[in-house]
Write a protein that binds this ligand. Structure first.
Ligand SMILES: Nc1nc2c(ncn2[C@@H]2O[C@H](COP(=O)(O)OP(=O)(O)OP(=O)(O)O)[C@@H](O)[C@H]2O)c(=O)[nH]1
Ligand SMILES: [Mg+2]
Length: 370
């Protein structure tokens, strides 16, 4: 998958740059410390007591420094202190501001919404400013902190398979109903076919409701999927009531002990109030167990407004992000999950039925190289 193609490399370079900068800073500090120590030494030699003067004469500066160290055996030695300076660095608030400006740009360029990148940076600041890091480990520690922050931002997904099994373990129970929604062309119908196939492979029987009675060829499209997968599709005429189609599909599933009904709906703009009301009506009639928003991973920030409108009308339970296979940025996933506070359940990764992945937070973060 191409996801995070740019961000992964850029975050790596960014963390490396901090590490290099901090290393140079530490080295400069050592030079300054060495110089000031030498200056102290020279000052002392100028005002030496005659006996000490004798003791020190003929020794190199290195010998003198070592003897200074031996004079104070209980305190941390000079060389020890130099060593710890080399190994430990601290990032000041000012430096962090410079570093984080670059990180913020990287995140924004890669579709992470402003609100989310601000949160990431605020949390990272709390974790790194003023903390003492081992110089060798600074890059790793920054990445680790970023990983923890992103892990918290992403909502833990639940398993649809487990939920369906939970409800339909008792045969007398109604089928598990899933309603899919989203704007035009995001991949709703394809996702329904993929999920139905995935459920079937997990021993869960499905029926599909062709509730997109609006778009030309939408009914033929879903029927074709049904035929290919050996899954029943319930359809009415074009222009008929989508809620009635879904209701019929649920009745069919009940009669035939089918575990799950997947309702396809017409793509609608989130700004079209009448169409949003129509999908609200489908939900009222069918009382779905799960309402899934299907959006494109490549959408970027616009997805936030889309998902908020559908959530306001339906109270979305989860998200499927399609076309992750052609999304080189990846930030949409972070933004949508954090802002909606709902989990991403699946990633669509291609056009074929098997091109769907159960969303795994850890795998996702791994793709970021964190
Ligand atoms: N590359 C890629 N293409 C996808 C993916 N999911 C769907 N598509 C393609 O996106 C196009 C639209 O898919 P549909 O399933 O018809 O989308 P829809 O949301 O049902 O469209 P409407 O019903 O018209 O709103 C098709 O060409 C699909 O093959 C995906 O994960 N990756
Ligand atoms: Mg469709």
């Amino acid at each position: 998958m191409v996801m995070f193609k740019f961000l992964r490399e850029k975050i790596k370079n960014w963390a490396e740059k901090i590490s290099k900068h901090e290393e140079e800073k530490a080295e400069k500090e050592i030079d300054i410390e060495k110089l000031s120590k030498k200056a102290d030494k020279i000052k002392k030699e100028v005002h030496l007591e005659p006996s000490l003067d004798k003791q020190l004469r003929g020794k190199t500066i290195g010998d003198s420094l070592r003897s200074l160290e031996e004079d104070e055996p209980k305190k941390e030695g000079f060389f020890e202190r130099i060593k710890s300076k080399i190994q430990k660095v601290k990032i000041s608030e000012k430096e962090f501001e410079i570093y984080s400006e670059e990180l913020e740009m990287l995140l924004l360029e890669n579709n992470v919404a402003l609100e989310v990148s601000e949160k990431i940076i605020k949390e990272l600041k709390e974790k790194v400013v003023g903390e003492e890091f081992l110089k060798k480990e600074i890059e790793g520690q920054i990445k680790e902190n970023l990983r923890d922050i992103i892990e918290e931002i992403l909502i833990e997904p639940f398993s649809i398979v487990d939920r369906i099994r939970g409800k339909t373990a008792d045969q007398a129970k109604d089928p598990y109903v899933i309603l899919f929604c989203g704007i035009n062309g995001t991949g709703k119908t394809t996702t329904i076919a993929k999920i139905a196939d995935h459920l079937k492979k997990n021993g869960i029987s499905c029926a599909l409701a062709a509730s997109d009675t609006f778009r030309t060829a939408a009914i033929e499209q879903i029927k074709k999927h049904g035929e290919k997968l050996g899954i029943k599709v319930i359809a009415h005429e074009y222009g008929s009531d989508p809620a009635a189609v879904a209701f019929d599909a649920i009745k069919y599933a009940k009669r035939n002990f089918i575990n799950c009904v997947l309702i396809d709906t017409a793509g609608r703009m989130h700004t079209a109030k009448n169409l949003i009301r129509e999908i609200e009506k489908i939900a009222k009639v069918c009382k779905p167990d799960l309402k899934i928003f299907v959006g494109e991973s490549i959408t970027g920030n616009d997805i936030i407004e889309q998902v908020k409108s559908f959530d306001w009308a339906l109270n979305i339970d989860g998200i499927v992000l399609t076309k992750a296979d052609i999304d080189e940025k990846g930030g949409t996933a972070l933004s949508v999950s954090y802002i909606l506070k709902k989990p991403i359940l699946y990633l669509g990764t291609g056009q074929e039925y098997n091109k769907i992945e159960v969303f795994d937070k850890h795998k996702f973060i791994e793709k970021l190289g964190l």
